[in-house]
Design a binder for this molecule. Structure first.
Ligand SMILES: Nc1ncnc2c1ncn2[C@@H]1O[C@H](COP(=O)(O)OP(=O)(O)OP(=O)(O)O)[C@@H](O)[C@H]1O
Ligand SMILES: [Mg+2]
Length: 452
């Protein structure tokens, strides 16, 4: 928050109440911007920074929740206070859950308004200070590009922080588009090799002979076309990190040579005599099931163990749906900025469809979908109808694995555990999702020894 007067945007379609609130806040020495429609507020927010938004919940066309979401997209720490004339507990709960700082009911009590605004601004200042600190740390670790809201992704990032500074080889597995390359980058840039080379080789696109000369280099005349001797990727990566992407695709003959380099830390160029010593950290990635490849004898088990000193398994996006909203938001902001568009927002139903879709192409598919919406649409609010039909149709929710042999109790326990996990342990939310009372949930958690 700036040291100058805090800026407050006040949104109300009722002119007299808008005026009254603005007057009160001006007298309390704030800079006040009135907006008498959601559209006006939207426009102001897309071009200006504000410290606090005070908005009516129910207004024609754009409501208070949408304004709050737009404001928070520009600035996740913005303080938002929502008020309404039709105060019901449900509305208040919804607003607070969505991140509002406080909820007021009309007619607005002037003292309460002043106090709430003061508190909200104080809290915002505190958060901003903490965030500045956290950002510094994040930047140091080079994680600013990785979105990891789900528990499983946070655990993966924790592991990355721990193992990055070591020399241990890392094997990253996961479906296509789950972010393997992004993680490989994070490992290198978190290691003390970060100022040394980071060399990437895509093993899948190179034919057998070419792959070897790419990796190990070659001497002049070692094969037709080798008119000059050339350094390979291993030599280029000396002192740094070599990222072997699509490792599952390398032929067995190359696997043998790779194993030797890892074990002896030296190699000879193709057609060469002299052995060259190197100091390289290896990160390998694949979307293949290497254990199966070992069974099929297309991948050497000894090489697998050498590469898999640290194993990172990135789950598909549909198994960590908590990452979706924040990814959508971040990608939307990025693409809006890239395309010189004002910020956009996704209506609740549209976001729900995104949450339910199974994303076979994982984060890459999600990112592409968001980009195409940003490029294609003119309106700043994306509705369900704007989505491509395959995402809109929610008939692709994976059904729970029904295994004959499970008892009903076991299934119930499993469902409760998974629901709790999906809402990060928020029991009120879990009870709601499960369609049972909060007390019933507590009772069942005790019965099944699910921790509280
Ligand atoms: N957690 C994440 N946060 C932000 N962006 C992500 C995340 N995961 C993936 N992405 C983005 O999704 C796209 C695909 O990621 P990446 O190339 O790392 O996937 P991959 O697992 O290597 O895929 P493939 O197996 O097809 O090579 C990239 O644009 C990447 O920046
Ligand atoms: Mg990749």
């Amino acid at each position: 928050m700036s040291k100058s007067k805090p800026i407050i945007l006040v949104v109300d379609d009722d002119m007299s109440s808008l005026d009254a609130m603005c007057e009160t806040l001006r007298r309390a020495d704030y800079q006040v911007v009135p907006a008498h429609s959601g559209a006006e507020a939207f426009q102001y927010l897309s071009n200006n920074d504000v410290d606090l938004v005070l908005t009516d919940l129910f207004m024609p066309t754009i409501n208070g929740m949408e304004i709050m979401n737009a404001a928070r997209r520009n600035d996740p720490n913005i303080a938002v206070i929502i008020f309404t004339g039709h105060g019901t507990i449900e509305n208040a709960v919804e607003a607070m859950k969505a991140g509002a700082f406080h909820y007021l009911t009309k007619p607005i009590n002037i003292e309460e308004l002043r106090l709430t605004v003061k508190k909200a601004l104080e809290r915002r200042e505190l958060i901003s200070e903490n965030i500045d600190l956290k950002r510094k740390v994040d930047r140091k670790f080079g994680f600013e590009n990785i979105i990891a809201n789900s528990k499983v992704m946070q655990e993966i990032l924790d592991t990355v922080v721990q193992i990055a500074p070591t020399r241990a080889n890392v094997l990253i597995t996961g479906d296509s588009g789950t972010g393997k390359e992004l993680i490989a980058n994070a490992i290198h840039y978190n290691s003390n090799r970060k100022n040394e080379p980071f060399i990437k080789v895509n093993c899948a696109v190179l034919a057998e002979g070419v792959l070897e000369s790419e990796l190990f280099g070659h001497e002049k005349g070692s094969f037709t076309g080798a008119i000059k001797s050339r350094k390979g990727m291993f030599e280029m990566a000396d002192g740094g990190t070599l990222f072997l992407d699509e490792i599952g695709d390398i032929p067995l003959s190359t696997q043998v040579k790779l194993l030797r380099v890892i074990e002896e830390r030296e190699f000879v160029r193709v057609g060469g005599m002299e052995s060259i010593k190197i100091n390289v950290r290896l990160i390998a990635a694949t979307n293949r099931d290497l254990k199966k490849a070992i069974q099929d004898e297309t991948f050497r088990e000894d090489l697998y163990f050498r590469l898999n000193v640290v194993s990172l398994v990135i789950p598909p996006l549909r198994e960590r749906r908590e990452d979706i909203p924040i990814m959508v938001q971040r990608f939307m902001d990025e693409f809006c900025q890239e395309n010189g568009k004002p910020s956009m927002t996704l209506r609740k139903e549209a976001l729900e469809a995104f949450m339910k879709y199974k994303w076979p192409g994982n984060v890459r598919e999600l990112k592409n979908a968001v980009e195409s919406l940003v490029v294609r649409l003119k309106e700043p609010i994306i509705t369900l109808d704007d989505l491509p039909s395959h995402i809109r149709q929610n008939d692709n929710i994976p059904s729970p694995a029904l295994t004959v042999g499970l008892t009903l109790k076991e299934m119930e326990k499993d469902l409760i555990a998974k629901t709790l996990e999906s809402v990060k342990g928020n029991k009120t939310q879990a009870a709601k999702t499960l369609g049972i009372g909060l007390r019933t949930l507590y009772r069942k958690m005790t019965e099944y020894q699910l921790d509280n």
